[in-house]
Design a protein around this ligand. Structure first.
Ligand code: NAP
Length: 343
């Protein structure tokens, strides 16, 4: 069947931040061959082709997107199990948390701490989703992607994805080139795991009397912590964390710590210092502030919410207000975590 391409599509229900906007065109890809068709259509209309997952980590930056948006709905899961590991290849359109739930049911370790992260499997490698010390890059074997420069599906190894902290090639050189179609993960059987080092998760496990957690214990505790601290996007428009944790040079950190001895910080393997964006924002007093329908969630300072369903300009103005406040206080400029789409 030829690909259905709709015109002048309302994007409000397609982004969890609830920004009202339209796209010139929208199509839904259930197979890589649909991408070929959509790419040809976009080319003939001289428009960019932009992939869309579940819209849970994007900020639509203009009232009208002049592009062909391609919602990736490629499904499917195939499993190869050996005594030492299980490889699972998953279609990019599958829901990430359904994959995590499945892995935990199978008592497989590798992604259990990434429970309840919204979004699709295909979106997860783009920002190298991570939580509580676990990152998808630690479990990822390969990414299959449609290469718009050659119109072929290629396979990128873990190294070729150039993963870093909440970062990958898909945010840089691969941004307008690759559309992820499938992801293969390698998970390992696990009976019990060491206690996580993250204080919030540790406290939740302690409260439950768990000293040797299973993957199911970790998933259950992560879900409880996330639900207690983050709004439900189905009720409160949000994309979760809105700001990256800044990573700064050790010398800059020494100056910061001299002025603010209480600043929470962690050393990175590269010898830099990671700061908690949430702490920096909290110190400005903006946590929980709502201005004209846009604000910061009362229980999580880096969670921007848009209960007033405000358009992009107002959301971005509030973002800048937060960034400026942190910069004035600490001399550190926060970076936005979700992807800004403005074409
Ligand atoms: P939290 O537990 O309140 O901690 C605040 C920040 O401090 C986190 O961002 C975390 O950095 C850092 N941190 C805390 N304990 C640490 C430790 N033992 N070692 C190193 N760093 C530590 O965090 P939260 O905001 O509620 O988020 C919980 C987890 O979910 C975090 O890991 C967060 O990154 C993750 N998350 C990820 C995404 C995403 O991938 N887009 C979105 C939302 C939340 P890290 O961020 O480096 O872990």
């Amino acid at each position: 069947m030829p690909l259905q391409i709709k015109q002048a599509v309302d994007l409000t229900p397609l982004n969890t931040l609830g920004i009202s906007a339209t796209a010139d065109y929208l199509a839904r890809a259930t197979a890589p061959s649909d991408i070929t068709e959509a790419a040809a259509f976009a080319h003939s209309h001289d428009l960019p082709l932009i992939p869309l997952g579940s819209g849970s980590n994007i900020v639509i930056g203009t009232a009208t997107l002049h592009c062909v948006l391609l919602k990736i709905e490629i499904s499917g899961r195939s499993v190869t199990a050996t005594p030492t590991h299980t490889d699972v290849r998953v279609g990019a359109g599958e829901r990430w948390d359904e994959l995590v739930a499945w892995s935990v049911e199978q008592q497989l370790h590798g992604i259990e701490a990434l429970s309840l992260i919204p979004g699709t499997v295909g979106a997860a490698p783009v920002q190298n989703v991570g939580a509580y010390g676990q990152e998808i890059s630690q479990a990822l074997l390969a990414v299959e992607a449609y290469d718009l420069t050659t119109d072929k599906v290629v396979t990128l190894s873990n190294a070729e994805c150039r993963f870093a902290y909440r970062d990958s090639i898909f945010k840089h050189a691969g941004k307008q080139r690759y559309i992820i179609t499938a992801v293969t993960l390698r998970l390992t059987p696990a009976t019990t795991l060491p206690l996580p080092t993250y204080a919030t998760l540790q406290a939740e496990l302690e409260r439950r009397g768990v000293t040797q957690p299973t993957v199911a214990d970790i998933r259950s505790a992560v879900i409880a912590v996330r639900q207690s601290r983050l709004p439900d996007p189905a009720v409160t428009p949000t994309v979760g964390s809105f700001f990256h944790n800044p990573v700064i040079a050790a010398a800059d950190f020494a100056k910061l710590q001299a002025d603010h001895p209480e600043v929470p910080h962690w050393s990175t393997p590269a010898g830099q210092i990671k700061l908690a964006a949430a702490w920096l924002v909290e110190q400005t007093g903006l946590k929980g502030e709502i201005r004209d329908g846009v604000g910061l969630y009362e229980k999580q300072a880096i969670c921007l919410i848009n209960p007033g369903h405000k358009p992009a300009a107002e959301v971005l103005a509030f973002r800048d207000h937060v960034i400026d406040a942190v910069e004035q206080r600490f001399g550190i400029r926060l970076q936005m975590e979700p992807e800004l789409i403005a074409v």
